[in-house]
Design a protein around this ligand. Structure first.
Ligand code: GDP
Ligand code: ZN
Length: 353
């Protein structure tokens, strides 16, 4: 297996450098299920387990490997392959894990572009799309909106108009996964080594589109090797697919169930008044500090909102952003670069939810 097909490049080679002398091999996690892994390596796909050190010393759940992670593994003649290290992620789609401790769980790592799918049928919900977009920006991946089921909708003008207001700077495509209309135009978003994925409510057409892109029934035929025209029939549930022209799709149960965390939703209710006002700030990414035309500061000056309330709102937002970025240094740096967008996205996410 040529790892370049799976996204291996100079960036990962540099990060892997320290492990070469330890006789470890690079690999990419292609399946994760309850702590059991499958890792694709240049010697083929292997069942893998976590090194004891990794399992015990992982301070946070997000330290553990997720589908899409590049890892350093030790191949054993007897016994399973062992995952020794997770290379720092470029992007990470996370959700708040259930339970007492506020922990983030990485749903999938190192996705370059995430398609936010919405149906043009009765399911069209602009707020939901907005929230998905915010989460994708936070992950470090680039979002693209796909309006699916175009065959069921005569006039998409209203939906496109609504989208323009929330999906600023985001490409929007109208497609029909069923008839393949508009699907060819998507091919420009991937090539060899580029990883994509889909989010959107159940029934929106994710499986149909994936099958359309793969030209076959993805979940019954698994050909993880590019150019392998024979395919490999197996009953294993695949979570990572190589597209015919190159490019990878991550399709895991976690991606499918992906929804924003409860904590994110709570903030909106607590600070609904500030969120409502923020919608009237002159700048969409207003930080409510010294920006002209800030509706929130105006309300503070009029005494409608206590300055301390604004302060605690800001504090919570900062905490949220900090939590989102503490996954690993590389992702944090990437999020910092995107900071303006991230803050804006978070604010949008809280607004009008
Ligand atoms: P998923 O839950 O997001 O994977 O959605 P599916 O791919 O399973 O699709 C749900 C239903 O919508 C299925 O009955 C599909 O045949 C149907 N569907 C998917 N895409 C389209 C489309 O473009 N047009 C129409 N009319 N139906 C579609
Ligand atoms: Zn403001």
């Amino acid at each position: 297996m040529d790892l370049h097909v799976l996204g291996w490049n100079a960036h990962w080679r540099d990060l892997f450098e320290p492990y070469v002398s330890l006789s470890l091999l690079p690999g990419r996690v292609v399946v994760e299920h309850r702590g059991a892994y499958r890792v694709e390596t240049e010697h083929g796909e292997r069942v893998a387990v976590l090194a004891g050190r990794l399992r015990h010393e992982a301070g946070r759940r997000s330290d553990l490997p997720a589908v899409g992670d590049f890892v350093a593994v030790r191949l054993n003649d007897s016994g399973p392959t062992v995952i020794e290290t997770v290379l720092p992620r470029r992007t990470a789609l996370t959700r708040r894990a259930a339970g007492e401790r506020a922990e983030d769980q990485v749903i999938a790592a190192n996705i370059d572009t995430i398609f936010v799918m919405a149906g043009l049928d009765h399911d069209f919900n602009i707020r939901r799309i907005e929230r998905y977009l915010a989460a994708v920006w936070e992950s470090g991946a680039s979002p693209v909106v796909l309006l699916n089921k175009a065959d069921l909708c005569k006039d998409v003008g209203k939906q496109i108009g609504d989208l323009r207001a929330v999906a600023i700077g985001v490409d929007v495509h109208v497609v029909s996964a069923l008839t393949a209309a508009g699907v060819d135009a998507l091919a420009g978003y991937w090539r060899e080594g580029v990883t994509i994925s889909f989010v959107g409510s159940s029934g929106v057409g994710k499986s149909t589109l994936l099958n359309c892109l793969l030209g076959r029934n993805a979940q019954t035929t698994a050909a993880v090797r590019a150019g392998d025209s024979r395919g490999r029939h197996t009953t294993t549930h695949r979570e990572l697919f190589v597209l015919p022209g190159g490019g990878l799709v991550i399709d895991t149960p976690g991606m499918r169930e992906f929804a924003l965390s409860d904590a994110d939703e709570g903030l909106d209710t607590v600070f609904a008044d500030i969120d409502r006002l923020a919608a009237h700030c002159r700048f969409g990414d207003c930080a409510h500090r010294s920006e002209p035309g800030c509706a929130v500061r105006d309300a503070v000056e009029r005494g409608e909102i206590g300055a301390d309330r604004l302060a605690s709102f800001e504090k919570l937002l900062n905490e949220l952003r900090y939590e989102a970025s503490r996954g690993d240094p590389a992702a944090a740096a990437e999020r910092k670069r995107r900071g303006r967008i991230g803050a804006k996205a978070i604010r949008r996410m809280k607004r009008d939810a």
